[in-house]
Design a binder for this molecule. Structure first.
Ligand code: PMP
Ligand code: GLN
Length: 379
């Protein structure tokens, strides 16, 4: 018999809700993925590289052309230099990037601070490696970090802090002051930071994304993780990257080479070509800001209360004026009875905190958002 390493883990909420949506023929604004196609040019580039014979292994750390492109994007966006040969690795999506960072640095008994609600891949990866999760709740309703509490929770065993901005599932963003506060706490210690920045090009209202890359002290002890799935509307390609100083990247690659070795080759080359046009990522903020505004406008008179949304493609709504039932039950009810699938927030808390919040994904065609809004406005 197998002694489970993750006895309390079931199937992720994203798989569960997308399956339930399918079963009940519901509009799926639960799992985060676009329901529109990516740019045809990108598909043509992938086809071109397949037809040109790039169908064997890519170099272990990733196609150099894509690593160079990532370095260029980070420099263009944040003015920071990461060396494409030694400080950037292409991963099979951000999930693998995060897992590999954790595998590289966490030993049994090490503590890792995470902020809740927390994206669901952090905790299992920490626990598989014998790490201990130290959850800190973001303060509802603005999901701000209480840095004094973080300071209190840091112990001699703290090995890493995982941050995520723009933040899934809350749709909020960290400010420059937040990053400065984090920098003050960790510089001069052995604490590593894993910065999940998969929504790096989705920060709204002319407030630039605060990447760790902008903070010269902090970035020396940070792994930045991102995903092309979000940026170019190809979540199914599962390609992302990790950027970190050379010494950290050496340890990262020791694990990466035996976990995936290398990532899909022709698609990496297609991304490298496609992202040469800076508008592909520089205009994404505006693109999703318009979707956010459109969707909020459609549901602003509903009985759901709109929470602030400053980044990502998720909008939180509070339903406490509608019913008292718990959020997991409510999402099941909405999917089965109203044909609208959403994500309950309590699943992102170790103690299942239920603030009566649902997460709605607005990375959808206008017609999908209108159909979803029509249902929301009848509830
Ligand atoms: N981190 C966050 C915050 C996410 O929302 C996601 C999923 N979209 C990931 C990591 C994983 O990204 P990927 O699909 O590239 O593995
Ligand atoms: N990140 C996506 C979300 O938050 C889901 C990705 C997945 O299903 N693993 O909905």
């Amino acid at each position: 018999m197998i002694k489970s390493k993750l006895p309390n883990v079931g199937t992720t909420i994203f798989t569960t809700m997308s399956a339930l949506a399918k079963e009940h023929n519901a509009i799926n604004i639960s799992q985060g993925f676009p329901d529109f196609e990516c740019d045809k040019k990108l598909l043509e580039l992938a086809q071109k590289h397949m037809n040109s014979g790039f169908n064997q292994y890519a170099p272990m750390p990733g196609a150099l052309a894509l690593r160079e492109r990532v370095a260029e994007i980070i420099f263009n966006s944040h003015g920071a230099n990461y060396h494409p040969e030694t400080e950037i690795t292409i991963t099979a999506g951000a999930t693998q990037g995060i897992y590999t960072c954790i595998a590289a640095i966490i030993n049994p008994g090490d503590e890792v601070i995470i902020f809740e609600p927390a994206y669901d891949c952090y905790q299992p990866a920490i626990e598989v490696h014998g790490g201990i999760v130290i959850p800190i709740q973001l303060t509802y309703p603005n999901f701000t970090v209480n840095w004094a509490e973080v300071k209190n929770k840091i112990s001699a065993k703290t090995k890493a802090i995982i941050i995520n901005t723009p933040h899934n599932p809350s749709g909020t963003t960290l400010s420059q002051e937040d990053l400065i506060a984090l920098e003050k706490l960790v510089v001069g210690t052995n604490i590593m930071v894993i910065s999940d920045e998969v929504y790096e090009h989705m920060a709204f209202d002319n407030k630039p994304h605060q990447s760790v890359a902008r903070f010269s002290g902090l970035r020396k002890q940070t792994f930045i993780v991102s995903s092309f799935g979000k940026t170019v509307h190809t979540t199914g390609w599962k390609i992302g990257y990790v950027a970190a100083p050379k010494e950290l990247m050496i340890e990262f690659k020791k694990i990466h080479q035996f976990l995936v070795f290398a990532v899909n080759h022709p698609f990496q080359l297609a991304l490298a070509d496609y992202l040469a046009d800076t508008s592909t990522y520089k205009e994404l903020n505006q693109f999703y800001q318009e979707k956010r505004n459109f969707f909020r406008e459609q549901i602003k008179h509903s009985r759901f209360k709109l929470e602030p949304c400053t980044g990502t493609y998720f909008q939180l709504v509070n339903y406490s004026s509608i019913t008292n039932i718990n959020d997991e039950e409510f999402t099941i009810h909405l999917t089965k009875e109203k044909k609208l699938a959403t994500i309950p927030l309590s699943v992102f808390y170790t103690n299942k905190t239920d603030n009566k919040l649902l997460r709605l994904c607005f990375a959808k065609k206008e017609e999908t958002l209108l159909r979803a809004a029509e249902i929301i406005n009848t509830i």
